[in-house]
Design a protein around this ligand. Structure first.
Ligand SMILES: Nc1ncnc2c1ncn2[C@@H]1O[C@H](COP(=O)(O)OP(=O)(O)OP(=O)(O)O)[C@@H](O)[C@H]1O
Ligand SMILES: [Mg+2]
Length: 265
């Protein structure tokens, strides 16, 4: 795999507090890669260290062959990355169209055309471009935030918990939109708490615990992994407990539903 993003042994934290302890990960072009893990594991910190809103103390970040370690966010954008934080990711007092224009502020030309292309993928937004972002539903707002980030044609989109606080129907819609973004040629690295749904659309995933990678595998294999299921996927249903017959080993496979549904958050 030739990686679009290659993160090697990255350490990061806040002042003297070390949070991320030597994390390595890769994202290939047009892949969806999901990071899951308990609250406080360092998932958001890792995204910030990759995107340059926080400077890694050690390790390297290579994007499309260029060493971008420690580059500030605006240079990361020029290098082809975009970041959608979990909150405060749109301008609430601006309209949909104005938000998209703000997203394109560094774009020399083709703003209207890019907006048209993106809105074609997001009919809910296309229907009322003059609507204020503050009046959108949670899911529409997240969609707008992603659209805004896509205005500069990034090759890599980093997204922090896009479906937090969304209803199941809205989550499904947003994950479908994320797949469509991937299909348009943009690689996606996302952090998600709705681990089951996120892994189902992911090529690969990483489980972060205490600032380190605990498990790394394909999305499907993580869904089938009994330990991951017990810790992050809530109650295990027959679909997840190994109907493929290939759960990867002879160790004790959990047969009891271990966690209640709300166990992921
Ligand atoms: N700006 C900050 N200054 C100091 N400590 C911080 C800061 N942001 C996060 N932390 C601490 O870093 C640790 C990891 O936080 P982080 O936000 O990366 O976790 P997370 O895995 O994204 O968790 P969650 O699932 O709750 O979003 C936590 O202990 C948190 O309190
Ligand atoms: Mg977080």
């Amino acid at each position: 795999m030739s990686a679009l993003l290659e993160v090697t042994e990255v350490h990061a934290g806040y002042g003297d507090v070390k949070i991320v302890h030597g994390i390595s990960l890769q994202v290939a072009p047009s892949e969806i890669v999901t990071i899951i893990g308990p609250n406080g594991a360092g998932k958001s910190t890792l995204l910030k260290a990759i995107f340059g809103t926080l400077r890694p103390t050690r390790g390297s970040v290579v994007l499309d062959g260029a060493d971008v370690t420690g580059w500030p966010a605006h240079r990361m954008v020029q290098a082809g990355a975009a970041f959608v934080p979990q909150t405060n990711n749109v301008f609430p007092s601006l309209s949909i169209k104005e938000n998209l224009e703000m997203g394109a502020f560094r774009r020399a030309s083709g703003v209207a055309q890019r907006m048209e292309e993106l809105l074609a993928q997001f009919p809910d937004l296309a229907r009322r471009p003059g609507e204020l972002a503050s009046r959108l539903s949670g899911g529409q707002r997240q969609a707008l935030a992603m659209c805004r980030a896509l205005m500069l044609d990034p090759r890599l989109l980093l997204v922090d918990e896009p479906t937090a606080a969304l209803s199941p129907v809205m989550r499904e819609q947003l994950f479908a939109q994320i797949e469509a973004i991937r299909d348009s040629g943009v690689a996606i690295l996302m952090v998600e708490q709705n681990a089951r749904e996120a892994l189902a659309i992911s090529d690969r995933g990483y489980v972060l615990v205490n600032g380190q990678v605990a498990v790394e595998d394909s999305g499907r294999a993580l869904l089938d992994n009994p330990d991951v299921g017990r810790m992050f996927l809530g109650r295990m249903d027959p679909d997840v407990t190994g109907d493929t017959g290939d759960t990867g080993g002879t160790e004790d496979v959990e047969t009891t539903p271990a966690e209640p549904d709300e166990g992921t958050r």
